[in-house]
Design a protein around this ligand. Structure first.
Ligand SMILES: *[C@@H]1O[C@H](CO)[C@@H](O)[C@H](O)[C@H]1NC(C)=O
Ligand SMILES: *[C@@H]1O[C@H](CO)[C@@H](O)[C@H](O)[C@H]1NC(C)=O
Ligand SMILES: *[C@@H]1O[C@H](CO)[C@@H](O)[C@H](O)[C@H]1NC(C)=O
Ligand SMILES: *[C@@H]1O[C@H](CO)[C@@H](O)[C@H](O)[C@H]1NC(C)=O
Ligand SMILES: [Cu+2]
Length: 256
C-alpha cells in the first residue's frame, strides 16, 4: 500500500505553485506515508482509509499564539490510521518546496491520554506535549545565518526531509506527533506552521517525560517571549549568533 522512494519526485514537483508549505508526507525507514495535500483532492483524502495525518486545508501560517488550531492546524480532524514506529527510530517529515529560511523547527509528541488511548477521539489541545527534537540556527547570525529551516529545504521541489528520533526509552502507545516550523522573517509577526500525525509506538521501554517537559498548545507560545515576538532586522538582534529555542527542554529519555 505504501510507496517507496522512486515514485515521489515527480509528484512533489507539481506542488511548487503554492507559497508557504507544510509536511505532506512522513517516512519511517524506507516506507513513505502520504498525508494531506491541501491543494489536492480533499474529498479523496477525507475518505482515504490510509490517512495517517490530521487534516489541514491551507498552506497559510497561523499568526496567533492563542489560536485554537495551533496544536494540529485547521480543521485538524483526526487521522484514520497510525504510522507504526519503534522507540529509537526516526520519524521524518517531508515538505514540499519549503521557502522560508529563518526560525526554529520543533518536533513534539503527546500521548493520546484517554480511556482507550485512542488518538481518533483525542483533542490535541488537551494533550501534554513534549519536545522530541528541535533545530535552530546552525551557523552565522540571526538575520543572515544558516538556519536548519534554510538548509533542509531542497529548493528545487524535491523532497525536503526533517528527521527526529522517537526517544528510545519511551513507553509504548498511541501518540500524536506534531511538526512545527516557526518562521520569523516578518518583524514581530511570527508565523506558525504545524502539522500532526498519529503514531503507534512499539517499545520495550517504560519511560515517560515528567511535567517540566510538558506544555499545552496553545499555551506554550506568547508575544511576551523575545524569541517569538522578534524583529530579526533590528540592530540589537540581527547580528547575534545565538538563538535560544524557547519552550521546555527536549526530552530524549534517560537511556538516550
Ligand atoms: C506525498 O504526499 C502527497 C500529498 O498528499 C501525495 O500526493 C504523494 O503521493 C505522497 N508521496 C508519497 C511517496 O507517499
Ligand atoms: C486560527 O488560524 C486559522 C488557520 O490559519 C484561521 O483560519 C483562523 O481564523 C484563526 N483563528 C483565529 C481566532 O484567529
Ligand atoms: C478521549 O479524550 C478526549 C479529550 O481529549 C475526549 O473528548 C474523548 O471523549 C476521549 N475518548 C475516549 C474514548 O475516552
Ligand atoms: C535521525 O534523526 C537525528 C536527529 O535529527 C539525526 O541526527 C540522525 O542523523 C537521523 N538518523 C537517520 C538514520 O536519519
Ligand atoms: Cu509562507
Amino acid at each position: 500500500m505504501w510507496t517507496t522512494l522512486a515514485s515521489i519526485a515527480a509528484g512533489l514537483l507539481a506542488h511548487q505553485a503554492s507559497a508557504h508549505g507544510g509536511a505532506v508526507n512522513y517516512t519511517v525507514g524506507e516506507t513513505w506515508y502520504p498525508g494531506y495535500d491541501p491543494y489536492g483532492d480533499l474529498a479523496m483524502e477525507d475518505a482515504a482509509p490510509w490517512m495517517p495525518q490530521r487534516k489541514w486545508i491551507t498552506n497559510d501560517p497561523i499568526f496567533e499564539t492563542t489560536n485554537h488550531s495551533l496544536s494540529c492546524n485547521a480543521p485538524g480532524d483526526p487521522a484514520r490510521v497510525y504510522i507504526p514506529i519503534s522507540a529509537g527510530q526516526n520519524i521524518t517529515a517531508v515538505y514540499m518546496s519549503w521557502v522560508h529560511t529563518v526560525g526554529p523547527m520543533i518536533a513534539w509528541m503527546a500521548y493520546c491520554d484517554n480511556e482507550t488511548n485512542d488518538c481518533e477521539t483525542f483533542e490535541s489541545e488537551t494533550g501534554d506535549w513534549f519536545k522530541i527534537g528541535q533545530k535552530g540556527l546552525l551557523d552565522g547570525s540571526i538575520e543572515t545565518g544558516e538556519w536548519f529551516q534554510k538548509s533542509f529545504s531542497r529548493w528545487d521541489g524535491s523532497p525536503s526531509l526533517w528527521s527526529e528520533m522517537v526517544p528510545r526509552g519511551l513507553r509504548a502507545g498511541r501518540y500524536l506527533v506534531r511538526h512545527e516550523i516557526i518562521s520569523l522573517h516578518s518583524a514581530n509577526k511570527p508565523q506558525f506552521y504545524p502539522e500532526c500525525a498519529h503514531l503507534e509506538v512499539s517499545s520495550d521501554g517504560d519511560e515517560y517525560p515528567t511535567q517540566e517537559y510538558m506544555v499545552k498548545i496553545p499555551g506554550v507560545w506568547n508575544m511576551d517571549q523575545p524569541e517569538i515576538n522578534i524583529d530579526i532586522y533590528s540592530p540589537d538582534v540581527s547580528d547575534l549568533t545565538v538563538y535560544n529555542i524557547p519552550g521546555p527542554p527536549v526530552w530524549t529519555g534517560a537511556s538516550a
